[in-house]
Design a protein around this ligand. Structure first.
Ligand code: HEC
Ligand code: HEC
Ligand code: HEC
Length: 436
């Protein structure tokens, strides 16, 4: 389950939805009538298009990893790319569709042109408009050649017969042609021209971060209509109750990020000087593990170039003094957390785990990710034991989690303690957990 386009529905949403109707009706309807692209017949499908060579398919697999296609188009325990994942948006629930080459329920009858149009303009083969929960506003930046390789790869997968559940989207946004209004306002079509003043690596990094990587979908603040706010790219966003930190302030972290640390984080999901990728970032880093190292390096290089000037927050010295009010939390920490997190504890040395003092979450202005981490933990993946943290949602009460968060901040980031969080603050974050 994934929740996109963070935020709650409110009066403004409805007012703006109404506005969308106007825009949609005015600008939309007839632009919206995209033609159907004829189905491929089985005779055509034997032809050269499908006689793609293994190299293209392998390249396609890497691109699919960069684009997280499997993350959104698969459900836990389900078949890869068969769709059915629920995405919660402020406008209702949208389900990802089947992108295996099944003729009836997938994209088996899609021509390369139909696929290209979907990736570039968010239009399905039969002409209906797709919701921007499918990040075509990013994928449109991808080159023709790369889209062709993604197509080759997906078409080489085993077909799976699976129909996605019906969406539950509020009126009037459940009328798909209205998406044309959104596209008129927010969709900038096509590739971005290379910036000749920059290196090839920088251009490659930008191409991937803005395009297939769709990093801004989570890391940029969104407007009430779910579009990225102009002029605030990568300034921080939210997703499923997690904060996606700003990617423009990485060099102002207590330990300023280096390009090498970013590469570690993106490629292995763990930067020993910072933290492990958890929550919605975990699957992104797991996919990037399959991307070529050179591409991940290019992305990291591009991110480094986005840093806004500013001096790093001083690395807080771990406070030995714990306020007496937090004595209870200290006991909880000793029992539930210290084996992994206390300096020098045996488990803290596994895989070179970072100190909590270096954690983005604990040093952040908002306690959301610290609370989320305690609630959700970081799931077990056999090959990544160093990333594992158990979930405490069922074993700790909201009050205990609030006290632990206060304790962590007082101890590991004493420069600016959170004004005492209480159980209400935790209950609020807990509620953000998407419902199955
Ligand atoms: C953030 C989640 C997300 C990611 C990542 C994502 N998709 Fe999707 N995709 C969706 C959703 C949701 C839909 C259905 C949209 C709708 O029904 O309006 C969709 C629809 C599609 C469709 C249209 C299928 C149809 O039957 O109309 C294609 C093709 C597609 N995705 C391909 C891809 C590819 C290729 C990638 C990776 C490069 C990808 N998607 C990554 C969420 C995602
Ligand atoms: C589905 C949403 C999502 C997408 C897509 C996504 N991220 Fe993230 N990212 C997050 C969240 C949430 C966190 C915080 C995770 C945590 O605290 O463990 C995060 C954390 C990070 C961090 C650590 C920041 C810090 O200060 O600690 C970096 C770096 C990062 N992401 C880079 C990227 C890049 C590069 C991309 C694109 C390839 C990307 N992310 C795509 C949600 C996302
Ligand atoms: C089995 C070992 C283990 C236990 C027990 C454990 N943790 Fe963790 N914790 C981890 C690992 C591994 C990480 C990811 C590496 C990192 O970010 O420090 C992590 C990360 C965190 C983070 C996020 C740091 C960041 O910025 O990403 C917080 C906050 C946290 N733990 C708090 C706690 C608290 C509070 C407890 C006790 C209630 C606890 N942990 C128990 C292993 C553990």
């Amino acid at each position: 389950m994934v929740k996109v386009l963070g935020g709650r529905m409110n009066v403004t949403t409805i007012a703006i939805a109404a506005m969308m109707v106007v825009v949609g009706v005015g600008a939309g309807f007839w632009i919206a009538s995209e033609p159907e692209i004829p189905m491929l017949t089985s005779a055509v499908r034997q032809k050269p298009v499908f006689d793609v060579n293994q190299k293209l398919i392998e390249h396609g697999a890497q691109l699919v990893a960069l684009g997280d296609c499997a993350v959104c188009h698969s459900v836990t325990g389900g078949q890869l790319f068969a769709g059915g994942l629920k995405l919660d948006t402020p406008f209702g629930a949208i389900y990802s569709t089947n992108i295996t080459p099944d003729d009836e329920t997938g994209i088996g009858t899609w021509s390369p042109d139909a696929f290209m149009r979907a990736m570039r303009r968010g239009v399905s083969r039969d002409g209906h408009l797709l919701y921007p929960a499918f990040p075509y506003q990013h994928f449109t930046r991808t080159s023709d050649a790369d889209i062709a390789d993604i197509y080759a790869y997906l078409m080489s997968r085993p077909p799976v017969h699976a129909v996605a559940p019906a969406n539950h989207i509020i009126f009037p946004l459940n009328i798909r042609p209205l998406i044309a209004g959104w596209n008129v306002l927010f969709l900038k079509l096509g590739e971005v021209a290379a910036d000749v003043a920059q290196s090839n690596q920088w251009n490659r990094g930008r191409y991937l971060v803005e395009g297939l990587g769709h990093c801004g979908a989570c890391h940029s603040p969104l407007s009430i209509l779910g579009a990225e706010k102009k002029g605030h790219a990568y300034a921080g966003g939210s997703i499923d109750g997690w904060d996606a930190p700003a990617l423009t302030k990485l060099s102002a972290a207590p330990v300023p990020w280096t390009q090498a640390q970013l590469v570690d984080y993106l490629h292995t999901g763990l930067a020993s000087e910072h933290s492990a990728a958890a929550g919605p970032m975990r699957p992104v880093s797991r996919e990037l593990a399959d991307a070529p190292l050179a591409d991940v390096e290019a992305m990291a290089g591009y991110l480094m170039s986005l840093q806004t000037p500013g001096s790093p927050v001083a690395m807080p010295s771990v406070s030995p003094v714990v306020p007496t009010a937090l004595a209870g939390a200290q006991v909880l920490f000793a029992g539930a957390c210290a084996a992994c997190h206390e300096t020098g504890a045996p488990m803290s040395t596994i895989g070179n785990r970072p100190s909590l003092a270096q954690s983005t979450s604990i040093n952040a202005d908002s306690p959301n990710n610290t609370i989320r981490m305690m609630l959700d933990g970081n799931g077990w993946q056999a090959s990544e034991a160093a990333h594992f943290m158990p979930a405490f949602a069922d074993t700790l009460t909201d009050t205990q989690i609030a006290e632990l968060a206060n304790y962590l901040r007082a101890r590991y980031s004493p420069h600016a303690p959170w004004t005492s969080l209480d159980d209400q603050a935790v209950a609020k974050v807990r509620k953000e957990t998407p419902t199955p």
